[in-house]
Design a protein around this ligand. Structure first.
Ligand code: C2E
Ligand code: CA
Ligand code: CA
Ligand code: CA
Length: 285
């Protein structure tokens, strides 16, 4: 019941969009950047919501994804899709990512202390993978918060890695050497070859929600989901379906042998407080 309550809140909050569209005009982009710089100096404007990832073999929570939220002082809650692409156009994405890691690991430390921690996943932009200093910063933040590397996952998109493969590979390898688990996000939307995927030091593959959403009505989507699950398993990866919105998806994914599901069916992204309650009732989501 409390999940439904926070879901309703997130829905309502999400309805307050930043207008006009960020890509529309330069002045708006500039104000997003200026406001984002200010938000980085302000406590509390930027915070994280957490969405559970549920193991399909028994419906226990096996992890969660941290998703960035921005409570703008006058514009209300701005969804990440509206400011992350703008931040990615400049170096500010590196500061933003460091903030997200810091917030996620501070919260993770609380869950470690409470004895309820499961791995938390943080999203990395393409630009972060080209930043040779990232692995050291991740290592420092893990040490600062006293969180074991195995309790952090990093999600990178297929297309990010394909862009500048050699440089990304080095950063990914060093992150992996720290003991951090890596996921390929939005799988199916990029162009990775099988040979390339095999060489990546990744542990998990997340099937993009557009395919999951269509799998019970569109045969091409079903084929893609099945192929992705088989490919992931053949490479020894855990396979996660994102955007799981209904019971019919759960049934279909179980039948295909998918390992983990994430989506509104199990819970919307929620604040750390309600996530703590869900974790302490572990497995009975
Ligand atoms: P993503 O990494 O693919 O994250 C999943 C998105 O799908 C989230 O949107 C989540 O709220 C939404 N979602 C989860 N379950 C369902 C479902 O069942 N149905 C539907 N329709 N949607 C679902 P959100 O939070 O708006 O984030 C959008 C994107 O913004 C993320 O996509 C990610 O690419 C980016 N993002 C969010 N937080 C961060 C961050 O801290 N750093 C970076 N670099 N990117 C972030
Ligand atoms: Ca993600
Ligand atoms: Ca995704
Ligand atoms: Ca996505």
């Amino acid at each position: 019941a409390d999940i439904a309550m926070y879901a309703a809140k997130e829905l309502k909050a999400g309805a307050v969009v930043f207008q006009p569209e960020v890509h529309a005009t330069t002045p708006v982009r500039l104000s997003v950047l200026g406001d984002l710089r200010r938000a980085l100096d302000n406590d509390g404007e930027l915070f994280l919501h957490y969405q559970p990832k549920v193991a399909l073999d028994g419906e226990r929570i096996e992890g969660m994804e941290a998703l960035l939220r921005w409570q703008h002082p006058t514009q209300g809650l701005i969804p990440p899709g509206e400011f992350i692409p703008v931040a990615e156009g400049t170096g500010i994405i590196l500061r933003l990512t460091e903030r997200v890691l810091d917030l996620a690991l501070a919260q993770q430390r609380c869950w470690v202390d409470a004895g309820t921690a499961v791995p938390v996943a943080v999203n990395l932009s393409t630009r972060c993978l080209l930043d040779a200093g990232l692995p050291d910063r991740v290592q420092r933040l893990l040490a600062e918060h006293g969180v074991p590397a195995a309790l952090l996952r990093l999600e990178v998109t297929e297309s990010a890695v394909m862009g500048d493969a050699a440089r990304c590979m080095d950063v990914l390898q060093r992150l992996h050497d720290l003991g951090v688990h890596l996921s390929i996000d939005d799988f199916g939307t990029g162009y990775s070859s099988m040979a390339y995927l095999r060489r990546l030091p990744v542990d998990e593959l997340k099937i993009d929600r557009s395919f999951v959403l269509g799998m019970t009505t569109t045969s091409q989507d079903l084929v893609l989901v099945r192929t992705a699950i088989d490919l992931g398993h053949n490479l020894g990866l855990t396979v996660v379906a994102e955007g799981v919105e209904g019971g019919e998806h759960v049934v279909a994914l179980r039948a295909l042998g998918c390992d983990v599901a994430q989506g509104y069916h199990y819970g919307r992204p929620m604040a750390a407080g309600p996530m703590s309650e869900v974790l302490s009732r572990m497995g009975t989501i």
